[in-house]
Structure formats: C-alpha cells, structure tokens
Design a protein around this ligand. Structure first.
Ligand SMILES: [Zn+2]
Length: 364
C-alpha cells in the first residue's frame, strides 16, 4: 500500500481552484464540492460518513425537544430580561450557566433552554456515533481540536511521516481559515495570509511524502465556501408572537430560523411574520432534496438569502463579515476538492455525499 493523506481545510472556497493549481502544482485534479444543507457539522457528516441530516439525526448544533432540553430547570422570562438587560448580568449568569452545562449557550433566550438540546458531533471527532471513512479504514487522525491548533496538528502529521516508515492512511483536520474568513472577510489581507499558510503546508506535506517514496495519494477537501455579509436582519418572532417556549419552540441560527409547534395557527402566524425578511421558508421538496425532512429539525425552516445575516442570532450577538449556510447551490457556497489523482467520477460539481464514496475508494 502507498501513503494516502486527506487534508480538510474548513471553508476553502472553490474560487481558489486556479490559485491552488498554480501554487500547489502536484494537485492536478479538482472539482467543486456542493455542500449539503446546514453548517459544517452537517456537511462533514455528508463528506465523511455519507449521511444527510435526516440520516445523521441532527441539523446544526441545537434541536427542539420539549421538556428534554439542556437545562432541567425552567428560567422565567423576567429573569431572562433582567440578565439580558445588563452587561454584567449577561456575562456573569451566562458564565455560570456555561460551567453548569458545559456549553457556552451563547444568546439563546433562557426560557427556551428547557426545550432546546445540544446535538450533533463532528464526523471526524472520535465521538461521532456513525461509521465514517475514518473508522471504516482505520485512518490515523491529526485533528486541530486534539492538538490545539492547525499548525500543531500539521507538525504531528509531519513527524509521523518522517519517523515511521509504515505506509500511512492519514487525515489532517484544520479550521483556522474558516475563523479568519468569518472575522476578516473574503479578500482581506488576513485571509490572504492564512491562504498562504494553507498552500505552504500542502507543498510541505507533498515534499514529506515524496521523501518516503513514489505513488502517495494526496487529497484536499473543504466543506463549503463563503459569502460576504452585506446586511444584518432580525428574526424576533418571540417578541412579535407571545408563547415562545410554551406554544412554540424557536431557534435562530445565523442564516436560518427554525420554528416548532403543534398549533397550525401559530405556524401560520410565524409564516406571515417572516413575510418581509429576505429569504423563504423551505418547502417540502427542498427539505426532501436536502435530507432535512425530519420534523425534529423544525416544523418551519426559514433560510436567508445570500449575504444577509440574523443579528442577534442564538449563535452570537456580534455579526460576522462572511458566512456560509445559505442555499448550497449558490456559487459562493461551493467548497473545493483537489487531489493528485481523480477521486470521483462526478462532473464539475460533486455533492458532498458523493465525495464520501470517493474518499472510501481513496483509502481502500
Ligand atoms: Zn464557519
């Protein structure tokens, strides 16, 4: 067996295809990745386990489970208002809650927490509950999350290659490009600097493999691209429609909002509430196509148009300069798949779930 190394670069946009072909000439083959619906957590389960949200059992990080949420005690609305109204209250109380529940809980209104449960595991983390390419082919994992940084995980992989002659099936997971893009925007100097780091590492990796012999397979994949955020909008259904946490559940993701209720009249009000917001509630056909039919993910799922962002959202009160998690068919949302051998037979655009079959062949 020859060496096989798969590198994951969170958020490397397809638009960098030509740049990569120029600066990492060994990667002679490239395609666009069409992400699935949702954020990285879901795209990773499509890429590395072939599972759409319906099969993985989660959409994004939170779901609505009435009475089975992360907190067992209910927080009254006045307490939430008091906490949110003061900077100190907000900081202290949320820090205490984070300690109690092991989660940052971010900006989720406290009365909703008895019904909202933390969900979902990264497909390359060891706690992922389904089979993945990593478990199926016993791939050695070098994860930024375990080594503390992209650089430390990369150095550990290089050490493995330089000190152990046995053929390797390895996976390197990095995440810093995604953070840089969110904070500093597409085409910023900070992004350019981080992209140079990514390109430098790919060339270093290829040289290290070259030193070990001929025939190594190397593949780079990202989960999605990025769109510049140009406008912030709100989704304050809980202000407009009383009963959040009682007659309905609500979660405002950065580019989506999800509403749960058994009361059709409540859902109807939620539909008309969103009438002027730039985006739409997904219809049954879209939900089927993206594998998010499960009512657990929301009786209503609202998706913003490209470039808009919910601020505040339950994922943070500060906006970001670039975002993903829009319609996966948009050009801006495409990730990149590049390799020194063909990885899939697919045409120019590879659905994330088809890339999974490619990775199975890559490692087998
Ligand atoms: Zn991201």
């Amino acid at each position: 067996m020859t060496d096989r190394v798969l590198v994951f670069v969170d958020a490397l946009p397809y638009q960098e295809r030509e740049r990569l072909a120029r600066e990492v000439p060994a990667l002679t083959w490239a395609r666009a990745i069409e992400p699935g619906f949702g954020y990285s957590l879901n795209v990773k389960s499509e890429l590395f386990a072939g599972l759409a949200p319906d099969q993985a059992g989660f959409l994004n990080e939170w779901t609505y489970r009435p009475g089975r949420g992360i907190t067992k005690v209910g927080y009254p609305r006045w307490f939430d208002r008091l906490v949110s109204a003061t900077w100190l209250g907000s900081r202290v109380v949320r820090r205490v809650l984070a300690k109690l529940y092991g989660e940052s809980l971010r900006n989720i209104p406290l009365p909703l927490l008895t019904d909202l449960d933390r969900d979902g595991v990264n497909a390359y983390e060891r706690g992922f509950p389904h089979e993945s390419v990593f478990t199926e082919f016993e791939v050695e994992r070098f994860l930024y999350s375990e080594f503390g940084s992209d650089g430390a995980a990369f150095e550990a992989l290089l050490r493995r290659l330089d000190t152990d002659e046995r053929p390797v099936k390895a996976f390197l997971a990095t995440a810093e490009l995604d953070h840089v893009l969110h904070v500093h925007a597409v085409n910023s100097p900070e992004y350019e600097a981080e992209l140079k780091v990514v390109i430098g590492r790919m060339n270093e990796l290829l040289s290290a493999l070259q030193r070990r012999g001929e025939g190594a397979r190397v593949c780079l994949v990202s989960d999605h691209g990025m769109a510049s955020v140009h406008s912030e909008v709100t989704f304050e259904l809980d202000t407009a429609l009383p009963g959040a946490g009682k007659s309905y559940g609500l979660f405002v993701d950065a580019t989506m909002a999800r509403v749960w209720s058994r009361d059709e009249a409540v859902l109807e009000r939620a539909r008309s509430f969103a009438g002027d917001i730039p985006g739409h509630y997904l219809d049954a056909e879209e939900r089927r196509a993206w594998g998010i039919s499960s009512p657990e993910f929301g009786d209503l799922v609202f998706l913003l148009d490209e470039g808009y962002l919910f601020v505040p959202s339950f994922m943070g009160d500060a906006g970001v300069k670039a975002m993903h998690g829009y319609d996966p068919r948009l050009d801006s949302q495409k990730g990149l798949l590049a390799a020194n051998v063909p990885v899939v037979d697919e045409g120019e655009v590879v659905p994330a779930r088809a890339a999974y079959q490619g990775f199975r062949n890559f490692f087998s």
